[in-house]
Design a protein around this ligand. Structure first.
Ligand code: ADP
Length: 397
């Protein structure tokens, strides 16, 4: 089951996106609607709220009087917490019920206005943010929803900034064009990314990608992307992942590279990474294990092959290539990846030399595996230089 988090500032077009995704076959769970449902007339939730806050919070028609309740909890931290202690478990249970009932092959879209404010991003396989400039949003709310301009602006002030919301987005849907443009971009997202992602997730297979070594310029968002992936993995794996690091070219500011986010998970012993729970949980998060890739190339300076063992998981998401290397923290492979990254970050000449080597090989190698193989002599060649830097700088992992 794939879970997408959908959010956007008020008036951004989030409901329009949710509607289109539902039309395409997604199961949309609307957080606002669930929050209303659990305190609907006659519900256990409403009874609990009434018991705690008095008969005055229920109107003559038996429904929750939101204004009256708001007046009671407004500015009163303790009351607000008590209200949340009643509502949050009910919301969580109802949300889980709706999601669990959706079926194993469902693409669930959780429509959550305050997803970023509440730091919920790591709970999803993918976060989709609908983005539109403030002035467009105000105009749409006034013209199409009949809101007053002051009300629209006041509501926006209570939400995170567009920049913070963008930083949480795996997918940014730009809604500066027409509503038809927005619908068309939802359709593309659905067909090109969400449907194949779900298919891969269920089949526990990595996304297919062109087997050609293509270098791209450094992308300023790579560290943010890696951080989102790390948070997702940490939330889903808990104590099974004692250490995790962003490594590889995308972890070196300014360096061009293949558009692949490399992460390494550090475990005490690779047996931990072979445990069914470890493998299954990482697969359910969207990172199926690859049967091959159980060794890093042995470097001349540390010839013992047992120091270079690893496990490898790749991403199901056709929109984002991710390699997850699982290594023993006492092994040479773990240390090497960290030292190499830190040396490149620190040494401009090292970056320039490595880039030249990558460009030379990318131009001559036809496939990614050929390219990876051809890079090996370089890694042996720079070993003494890198070690000298480590000694000189006092580096340790
Ligand atoms: P949200 O759910 O993010 O608050 P909506 O999807 O309800 O936003 O959109 C706000 C209003 O703007 C709606 O009336 C919607 O039909 C309209 N709208 C959405 N996208 C566009 C667009 N690109 N151009 C014009 N109007 C739009």
């Amino acid at each position: 089951m794939m879970r997408i988090g959908l959010t956007g500032g008020i008036g951004s077009g989030k409901s329009t996106v949710a509607r289109r995704l539902r039309e395409r076959g997604a199961v949309v769970v609307d957080a606002d609607q669930v929050a209303r449902e659990i305190v609907a007339p006659g519900s256990a939730g409403l009874r609990a709220v009434q018991e705690r806050f008095g008969a005055g919070v229920v109107g003559p028609d038996g429904s929750l009087d939101r204004a009256a309740l708001g007046a009671v909890v407004f500015g009163d931290e303790r009351s607000r917490r008590e209200l949340e202690e009643i509502t949050h478990p009910l919301i969580a249970a109802r949300t889980a019920e709706l999601m669990d009932g959706a079926g194993d092959d469902a693409i669930i879209v959780h429509d959550v206005p305050l997803l970023v404010e509440k730091h919920l991003g790591p709970a999803y396989h993918l976060v989709v943010v609908v983005d539109a400039p403030t002035e467009d949003r105000v105009r749409r709310l006034v013209e199409q929803r009949g809101m007053s301009e002051a009300d629209a602006r006041a509501r926006m002030e209570h939400q995170v900034s567009d920049e913070q919301r963008r930083a949480a987005a795996d997918v940014l849907l730009d809604n500066t064009g027409t509503e038809d443009d927005l619908v068309a971009s939802v359709d593309r997202l659905w067909e090109d990314r969400l449907v194949p992602f779900e298919h891969n997730l269920r089949g526990r297979v990595r996304a297919r990608r062109p087997d050609v070594p293509t270098l791209v310029d450094y992308d300023e968002t790579w560290p943010q992307q890696a951080q989102r992936l790390i948070e997702r993995i940490c939330r889903g794996m808990g104590e099974l992942v004692p250490e995790i690091e962003h490594i590889g070219s995308t972890a070196v500011p300014g360096l061009a590279g293949k558009d692949v986010i490399d992460l390494q998970i550090g475990v005490a012993d690779l047996h931990d990474a072979d445990a069914p729970e470890f493998v299954e949980r990482l697969e359910a998060l969207g990172f199926p294990r690859s049967a091959g890739n159980t060794m890093d190339n042995v470097k001349d300076e540390v010839p013992d092959p047992s120091m270079w063992v690893k496990r490898f998981h790749g991403s199901c998401d056709p929109g984002r290539v991710v390699h997850v290397h699982v290594r023993e923290t006492e092994g040479a492979g773990w240390q090497y990846a960290l030292l190499y990254r830190d040396w490149l970050r620190a040494d401009e000449q090292a970056r320039a030399d490595y880039l030249a080597e990558k460009q030379r090989l990318a131009a001559t190698c036809a496939t990614t595996s050929e390219y990876a193989e051809a890079k090996e002599p370089w890694f042996n060649h720079i070993w003494p230089r890198m070690q000298a830097w480590a000694r000189h700088s006092g580096w340790h992992s």
